[in-house]
Design a protein around this ligand. Structure first.
Ligand SMILES: [Zn+2]
Ligand SMILES: [Zn+2]
Length: 361
């Protein structure tokens, strides 16, 4: 396969400034891969970085990436030319103090981004080719021929959601409130239902509540409804919810959901990724009511095998979450639009090489 010297990429040049530019195709080392990107999902954490300029430019974002191996380093054994693969950009060392405590996302190796299309490594999926470094190869997964590149690109977000579920240590039959039924909330709903939980999904959009039912919610409620408080209390049961998962970046949602969680229950924050904000929480709810407020950020490579089975076996059927597709040229629009959610918009994909993004079959 002939690989060009330069390629097109969406380069982050500053706050809300994305430009399609021509950049060199990355060179790879003997322990690395070069992957021709097929599709890359649009992730809210990248959107935040672009909107608030939380990291210095220039960078090429995009970390929910799948594609085809087009160059294999001389010392790489596990992959060959033509393999269809889903990439994983953060892999912990599994050996340090933090990793021994399973705080993988805090591990220094984990914090390095192992996939790049140039500049400071930032995922690189919004480009035609990416260089996959050796330390992230353990997270790379081959896509079965019956599955699509888009399903491959969804492994990363599903992994982050499964990690969140694991953090809660729930028992079958537990009642769980999932606040927000966007793509992440819907994935939570489905994974919790598969694990035997009773899920109550809430959102402000009825279209999403309907989807929540299809994804396995036992009950749904519109957060804007009259007498919402009474209704949610009824759904929480006598004791209250065993856990609440907050998939929207709202402090009010955390405080209110916390009230409906039973003593000893858990409140998981999944969307509070912007620093510098604070809110008033009554600490006696932690001390006396023993409610645990916890967070979950990013993925856990040790879950990758389970994630692969869930997505490729279609128990977690991610195909229904993808509602919009944009070309690389239109990427800026695709990346900026999800910032304001619409009822019918869920997961956005940037389709880099359109010919085979739907898979073999
Ligand atoms: Zn992401
Ligand atoms: Zn480590």
């Amino acid at each position: 396969m002939r690989i060009p010297k330069t390629m097109q990429a969406v380069v982050y040049r500053g706050v809300d400034d994305l430009r399609v530019e021509s950049v060199p195709v990355p060179a790879i080392g003997p322990d690395e891969l070069l992957v021709k990107v097929a599709v890359c999902g649009v992730c809210p954490t990248d959107i935040k970085k672009i909107q608030y300029g939380t990291v210095p430019p220039p960078r090429i974002f995009g970390h929910e990436t799948s594609g085809t191996v087009v160059r294999v380093g001389a010392r790489v054994k596990k992959f060959s030319l033509g393999d269809r693969v889903a990439l994983h950009h953060h892999v912990p060392c599994l050996d340090c103090h933090l990793c021994r405590h399973k705080s993988f996302a805090q591990c220094l190796t984990y914090k390095k981004t192992g996939i790049t299309a140039g500049f400071e490594p930032a995922g690189g999926g919004y480009a035609e080719y990416v260089r996959v470094m050796s330390f992230v190869l353990p997270g790379v997964v081959k896509i079965p021929s019956r599955n699509t590149f888009e399903e491959g690109a969804m492994l990363e977000p599903v992994n982050t959601v499964l990690k969140g579920v694991e953090r809660l240590g729930l028992m079958r039959g537990d009642r769980v409130l999932v606040v927000g039924q966007g793509p992440i909330g819907l994935m939570f709903t489905r994974l919790l239902q598969l694990a035997g939980m009773l899920v109550v999904g809430i959102d402000l959009m009825n279209v999403r509540l309907k989807l929540a039912k299809q994804f396995g919610a036992a009950a749904t409620l519109n957060a804007g409804e009259t007498r919402f408080r009474q209704k949610i209390q009824r759904l929480a049961g006598k004791q209250g919810f065993d856990a609440a998962i907050i998939t929207v970046p709202s402090d009010a949602a955390v405080l209110e959901a916390g009230e409906h969680v039973r003593g000893g229950g858990k409140i998981l924050l999944f969307a509070h990724t912007r620093r510098g904000q604070s809110c008033a929480l009554d600490f006696s709810t932690i001390c006396m009511d023993e409610k645990d407020y916890l967070g979950s950020y990013s993925s856990d490579v040790t879950l990758q095998h389970r994630v692969k089975k869930l997505v490729f076996g279609r128990k977690m059927d991610v195909r229904r979450l993808i509602t919009h597709r944009f070309s690389l040229q239109e990427a800026a629009m695709g990346i900026e639009t999800p910032a304001s959610p619409q009822p019918y918009s869920l997961k956005f994909m940037i389709v880099i090489s359109p010919t085979r993004h739907l898979g073999k079959k």
